[in-house]
Design a binder for this molecule. Structure first.
Ligand code: GP9
Ligand code: MN
Length: 679
C-alpha cells in the first residue's frame, strides 16, 4: 500500500511540476506574446486548409504537429530582434512568404495534382505557356483564401500598436523566448520523426511522389526538403568536374562504341515502333501455369513469333520505372545519387527517341498517370518525345490500383495512334507505359479469377491445396494474367486498324515486382502431398538462396513483327542498357557514341556483363554480389578470380562513367571535344 501511496505522490508531484512548466513556458508566455500566438495559429490554420483543399487529409495528426513545431522554430527567430519593430517586420515578412507559398501550391495543385518544386521552376513554363487559360481555368477564388492570414496579422500588429502593448524586450526575455520556442520545436520534430513509417521516410528521401510527402510531412517540411534536394545536384556539380571529364574521355578512348554490321542490321528500317513499357512484368510469369492454365497465354504465343530475350535484366536504382525508361533510352546506368528524372532532368542526354526523331519519325509517349509523376512531363520532352499524352488525355472511366486500367488505356490509345499515323504522314515511335500491374495488386475482384492453387490426387481423391493462392505472389500472377489479356486486346485493336502491318512492337518489363523471397521459396519448395514447404534435408529441397532470387528478377524483352520473319529465343545475358544500341542496329539508326551497352546481335553479346547499380553483375556464367563479394556459378563451373576482378572493374567503370556524365552534364562537352577533334 505504502509503495502505491509513494508513487501516487510522485505522480502528483510531477503533474504539478508539468503544470507549472506549461504555465510558465507556454500559457503565460503566449499571454505575453499575443503576436507570436496569433502568428503560430494563423499559419497553422493555413497549412491545414491547404491540405484540406488539396490532399484532403485534414484529420491526419502527423503533418499538423510537424507544421506546428516548425512554425515554433520559425517564430523563435523573431526574438533575436532587439526591438518590437524588428520582431513585427519579421512576423509580417514570414506571413507574406508563407501565404504566398500556400497560394502557389494551391494553384499548382489544381493544374498538376501535385505540389510545386523549386527545381522545376526553371523549366516550369506552365504559367507562361498557357497564359490566359491559367487565369480562366486554373486560378480559382479558393486559392486566395490564404490571404486572410496576412490581413489578420496586419490587424493584430495595428491593434497592439494602437493599444501600446509591447513585449518586454529585455535580453533575458528575448533569450528565454527564443529558447522556449526553438527547443520545443526541435524536440517536437524529433518526436514526430519517430512516428513516421518506413514508407513515409522512403518517399521523403526519394521526393518524387511529392503529393504524398506533403500529405505526410506537411507543406513546410516538404518545401525545405524540396529546396535541399534541388540543391544537391548543383552542389555535386561544383566539385570534381575536371577529374570526371578526364575519366570519361579516357574511357571512351579505350572503349570506342562502334556499330558492327551483322545479319540483323537494318532489318526493320523505316517501320513504325510501338514500345510497351510493361509495369513489373517478370520473365518468371511467361510459360508458367497453375492448375493447367497459363498465366500469360497470349505472351507465350507472342514470344514464339519474336526475337525473344529470356535472360534479360532491368538495371534500375531508386528511380524504378523512370530509371528503366532512362536506361532504355540513353544506354547509360541510372544515377546512384537521387534519380535522373527528378534530380538531373536538366542535363543533355543522347537518346534513342532523339535518334528516331532525327530519322524523320514522330516520337510520342502515352501514360495514364499525371504528367508530373516521376517528373515525366519535363523529362519526356528532354528525351526527345514530341508529345506526351498523360492522364489528362484519357477518360478515367475504369480505375484499378494506381489509376486507369490498362484495358481502358489501350482501348483509348489505339484511335489516338491511328490518328497520329493518319495525320503526321511519317513513321512513328511511340511508348505506351502501363499501370495496372503495379504493386499492391489489391483490386483483385476487378480481375478475372486465376487460382494459383495446386490440385493433386491423394488416394484416389482430388485435393486442392492453397499453394500460393492468396499470397502476394499469387495476387501478382493473377494481375499479370490481366496484363496478358490487356495486351491481347491491344494487339487485336491495332490489327483491326491495320497498324500492325508496318509496326514493330517492342515489349519490356520495367523492373521486377519486388515480391518477398519467402513466397518464391514456397513456389519452389511446396509439397502438395504433405501440404508443407520443404526444408533443408528434405528430399527434393531446393536451396532457394539470394542468388536464385536475384536471377528470378529477370524481365522479358520482346521484339515482335507481324510477318514472323524474325523469331528466335536469345538466351545470352542482356540488360536494359543494351536496348538502345540493339534497336539502333535493327532500325538502321546512327549509333549513339556514348552508349555503354552493346548491340545484342553483335559478336560481343555472348561475353556480355550486365551491371547493377550496386556494383553487382551477371554474366552467362555467374552472378556476382557487389555487396558481399560472393559469386554464384550459374552453370556450376568454377569462375576464375581474374574474371571476377576484371568484370568488377568493368562494372565499377560503367557505373562511374554514367554517374560522371549525369552529374556533370558531360554529353555536351564530349560532343564539343569530338567536333574539335574532327576539324
Ligand atoms: C506510375 C508508374 C509507377 O506512373 O510508372 O512507377 P514505379 O513505382 O514502378 O517506379
Ligand atoms: Mn514501374
Amino acid at each position: 500500500m505504502a509503495s502505491i501511496n509513494v508513487s501516487k505522490e510522485v505522480i502528483v508531484k510531477y503533474l504539478k511540476k508539468i503544470k507549472r512548466f506549461m504555465k510558465k513556458n507556454y500559457f503565460e508566455f503566449f499571454k505575453n506574446e499575443p503576436l507570436i500566438l496569433f502568428f503560430v495559429f494563423s499559419v497553422l490554420f493555413n497549412t491545414l486548409l491547404l491540405r484540406i483543399i488539396t490532399v484532403k487529409n485534414g484529420l491526419y495528426f502527423k503533418p499538423l504537429f510537424i507544421d506546428m513545431f516548425l512554425i515554433f522554430i520559425i517564430a523563435s527567430f523573431s526574438f533575436l530582434f532587439k526591438t518590437d519593430i524588428g520582431k513585427r517586420r519579421y512576423i509580417i515578412g514570414f506571413s507574406l512568404f508563407l501565404t504566398a507559398l500556400c497560394i502557389v501550391h494551391s494553384i499548382y495543385y489544381t493544374y498538376y495534382d501535385s505540389f510545386a518544386s523549386v527545381s522545376l521552376l526553371a523549366t516550369s513554363t506552365f504559367v507562361v505557356d498557357v497564359g490566359d487559360a491559367v487565369v480562366k481555368k486554373v486560378i480559382k477564388y479558393q486559392d486566395f483564401l490564404y490571404l486572410w492570414q496576412v490581413v489578420f496579422i496586419l490587424y493584430v500588429v495595428y491593434h497592439l500598436k494602437k493599444k501600446g502593448i509591447e513585449s518586454k524586450n529585455t535580453k533575458r526575455n528575448r533569450k528565454n523566448g527564443f529558447l522556449n520556442l526553438f527547443v520545443t520545436g526541435v524536440v517536437g520534430l524529433a518526436l514526430m520523426a519517430c512516428f513516421m513509417t518506413p514508407v513515409e521516410w522512403s518517399r521523403f528521401g526519394k521526393m518524387w511522389n511529392r503529393e504524398s510527402v506533403a500529405a505526410s510531412f506537411g507543406i513546410l517540411v516538404y518545401q525545405i526538403n524540396d529546396v535541399a534536394q534541388s540543391l544537391e545536384p548543383k552542389i555535386n556539380n561544383l566539385f570534381g568536374h575536371d577529374k570526371a571529364l578526364k575519366e570519361v574521355v579516357d574511357f571512351y578512348e579505350e572503349h570506342k562504341s562502334v556499330a558492327d554490321k551483322n545479319d540483323y542490321s537494318d532489318i526493320f528500317k523505316g517501320k513504325n515502333v510501338l514500345v510497351i513499357h510493361a509495369e513489373s512484368l517478370q520473365t518468371i510469369a511467361i510459360n508458367k501455369s497453375f492448375e493447367g492454365k497459363e498465366v500469360t497465354p497470349f505472351l507465350n504465343k507472342i514470344v514464339k513469333e519474336s526475337l525473344y530475350f529470356d535472360n534479360f535484366y532491368s538495371q534500375v536504382g531508386v528511380g524504378t520505372s523512370s530509371d528503366a525508361e532512362f536506361t532504355f533510352g540513353t544506354s547509360l546506368m541510372p544515377s546512384n545519387s537521387g534519380t535522373v528524372f527528378v534530380n538531373y532532368f536538366d542535363r543533355k542526354y543522347n537518346t534513342i527517341q532523339k535518334s528516331f526523331k532525327n530519322n524523320g519519325y514522330y516520337v510520342f509517349s502515352m501514360h495514364a498517370n499525371t504528367g508530373d509523376f516521376w517528373n515525366r512531363a519535363t523529362m519526356h520532352e528532354n528525351m526527345g518525345y514530341d508529345k506526351f499524352y498523360s492522364k489528362s488525355s484519357f477518360d478515367i472511366d475504369e480505375t484499378i490500383g494506381l489509376g486507369l486500367s490498362d484495358k481502358s488505356f489501350f482501348k483509348q490509345a489505339v484511335p489516338m495512334i491511328k490518328n497520329i499515323r493518319d495525320k503526321k504522314k511519317k513513321p512513328f515511335f511511340g511508348t505506351l507505359i502501363t499501370l495496372t500491374n503495379h504493386t499492391p495488386w489489391s483490386d483483385l475482384e476487378l480481375f478475372d479469377e486465376f487460382p494459383t492453387t495446386w490440385t493433386v490426387d491423394i488416394n484416389g481423391q482430388k485435393v486442392t491445396r492453397d499453394y500460393i493462392n492468396g499470397t502476394t505472389l499469387g495476387d501478382y500472377f493473377r494481375s499479370v494474367h490481366y496484363s496478358d489479356q490487356s495486351l491481347e486486346q491491344l494487339f487485336g485493336d491495332l490489327e483491326k486498324e491495320g497498324i500492325l502491318d508496318d509496326t514493330v512492337v517492342v515489349i519490356y518489363g520495367d523492373h521486377d515486382a519486388r515480391i518477398s523471397k519467402k513466397y518464391y521459396n514456397i513456389l519452389n519448395n511446396y509439397d502438395p502431398y504433405t501440404d508443407e514447404v520443404r526444408v533443408e534435408g528434405d528430399d527434393k529441397y531446393i536451396d532457394y538462396n539470394g542468388f536464385k532470387y536475384d536471377l528470378d528478377r529477370k524481365v522479358p524483352f520482346i521484339i515482335w513483327s507481324k510477318d514472323g520473319k524474325y523469331k528466335k529465343k536469345i538466351s545470352n545475358v542482356a540488360g536494359m542498357i543494351d536496348v538502345s544500341p540493339t534497336l539502333s542496329n535493327l532500325f538502321g539508326l546512327d549509333n549513339n557514341k556514348y552508349s555503354l551497352g552493346h548491340d545484342l546481335f553483335s559478336s560481343k553479346a555472348k561475353d556480355n556483363v550486365v551491371v547493377f547499380t550496386d556494383g553487382s553483375y551477371v554474366t552467362n556464367e555467374a552472378y556476382y554480389d557487389g555487396q558481399s563479394g560472393e559469386v554464384y556459378s550459374i552453370k556450376g563451373d568454377a569462375y576464375s578470380g581474374d574474371r571476377i576482378k576484371e568484370n568488377s572493374l568493368y562494372a565499377d567503370d560503367i557505373i562511374k562513367i554514367s554517374n560522371n556524365i549525369i552529374t556533370y552534364d558531360l554529353i555536351k562537352e564530349l560532343e564539343g571535344i569530338d567536333e574539335k577533334n574532327k576539324s
